[in-house]
Design a protein around this ligand. Structure first.
Ligand code: C5P
Length: 232
């Protein structure tokens, strides 16, 4: 599986996202479309970005009863996206149902990636509100193992966790890692960050990079720098 840089297209409207992608005349970056853009621009923005030749990671983090997730995944799969995700907390039955829903008539399907614990969830909140007593690092790995057992392709995690996830779930289990910053750039609200080069050394399979590219003075140069550091 080739390493790639995914640009987090966190824009409020379809027009803003397409205007940003207009910058890219030579390469066709893999893009992540999340809740904000999808809820504002819907299926048409997926089709428009696909028509321009980009791969799409549709980041909607589904979590519901197995049958509902299965039917919803069938709808997303028909949009011809390349990667989708869900919460591993939905249980293995939900993850297996999601995989069934994603399968297309021609036998292909998007990659399916699990969110383990959100990075906004602290050890204390997990213990006091989610009532989970285990150390959060172990919870992340156990949820990743559940995802692997359900047949998923990988997890979203920090680059700093990529090695442990591969150790527990196998080298071909994908790690899709946000929290990437240039050595000389702003960290912003991210806490546990790594540079693209360090993410590569740590074994990330895909890095998800938002503001270091979308807010850069020259987004194409910033994207190329990520690719040069991460893919080489
Ligand atoms: O702008 P930035 O590079 O921080 O964007 C990272 C992207 O990855 C955002 O879309 C953010 O929502 C997403 N993400 C994250 N941390 C997670 C899961 C998703 O930063 N644990």
């Amino acid at each position: 599986m080739g390493k790639d840089v995914i640009i987090a297209c966190d824009f409020p409207t379809g027009d803003a996202a397409l205007a940003f992608l207009d910058n890219f005349t030579e390469e066709k970056p893999y893009v992540k479309i999340g809740m904000e853009l999808f809820y504002s621009a819907g299926a048409p923005i997926i089709r428009a970005v696909k028509e321009r030749g980009h791969k799409i990671f549709l980041d909607l983090k589904l979590h519901d009863i197995p049958n509902t997730v299965k039917q919803a995944m069938a709808v997303l799969s028909a949009l011809d996206v390349d990667m989708v995700n869900l919460h591993a907390a939905g249980t293995r039955a939900m993850m297996e149902a999601a995989l069934e829903g994603l399968m297309r008539p021609d036998g292909t399907r998007p990659l399916l990636i699990a969110v383990t614990q959100l990075t906004s969830t602290s050890q204390e909140r997990m213990r006091d509100e989610l009532l989970i007593d285990m150390p959060i690092d172990e919870v992340v790995l156990r949820y990743a193992e559940n995802a692997a057992r359900a047949g998923l392709d990988g997890v979203v995690c920090s680059p700093l966790e990529a090695g442990a996830v591969h150790g527990r779930c196998g080298g071909s289990f994908l790690t899709v890692t946000p929290g990437v910053r240039f050595a000389d750039g702003d960290v912003g609200d991210q806490v546990r960050v790594a540079t693209p080069e360090r993410a590569k050394q740590l074994g990330s399979d895909y890095i998800v990079v938002g503001r270091p590219i979308t807010k850069a003075e020259d987004p194409v140069a910033a994207y190329r720098r990520c690719v040069a550091e991460f893919v080489g």
